[in-house]
Design a protein around this ligand. Sequence first.
Ligand SMILES: NC(=O)c1ccc[n+]([C@@H]2O[C@H](COP(=O)([O-])OP(=O)(O)OC[C@H]3O[C@@H](n4cnc5c(N)ncnc54)[C@H](OP(=O)(O)O)[C@@H]3O)[C@@H](O)[C@H]2O)c1
Length: 156
Amino acid sequence: MTQQPTLITGGTGKVGTRIVSHLRRRNVAVRAGSRSGAPRFDWTAPDTWDAALRGSRTVFVLPHDGELLTWPFVQRARDLGVERVVLLSGRGVDVPGYAGDNSAAGRTHIDGEDAVRSCGPAWTILRPGWFAQNFSEGFFRDAVLAREVRRPVTVR
Ligand SMILES: NC(=O)c1ccc[n+]([C@@H]2O[C@H](COP(=O)([O-])OP(=O)(O)OC[C@H]3O[C@@H](n4cnc5c(N)ncnc54)[C@H](OP(=O)(O)O)[C@@H]3O)[C@@H](O)[C@H]2O)c1
């Protein structure tokens, strides 16, 4: 097993659990970053960041939507020796009016992309579109089970 753990922030969520189990199947040592983890990792408590980061060579950053915390987090990761950062962003964040500046999550992703490009460690940015899991695990699950999914549509 690889000795230096890969930190997966959001490691207990829909994206993170899949990454954690995929890496573990490949015998990669993994640390799932979460408020229930050991060590505990909390985006809103920077004094918990070091314990989660220390010893990691690679970090997968699932950012804290609505906050601009990716910059200080990636800077701290670099200072503690992290060599590679993989950032979960979102489709369309660089398209004016599409996603980025329209939503708190979009602003988080734009800020996060700037951070990983600028802070030093090697980086990869992922820009997924809608997750199919939104319908089976996410905010449409109850509507699907009730057999009625409503979405607003703009007609031009
Ligand atoms: N849904 C989509 O279609 C879509 C598309 C593109 C991009 N995205 C992006 O994907 C991300 C959401 O991923 P997801 O669906 O996997 O999220 P999720 O299932 O809601 O999981 C959220 C994760 O964040 C952790 N977390 C929440 N608050 C925290 C805090 N204060 N400190 C530390 N960890 C915290 C949770 O762990 P604990 O509760 O255990 O702490 C959990 O592991 C967002 O950035 C979103 O913009 C989503």
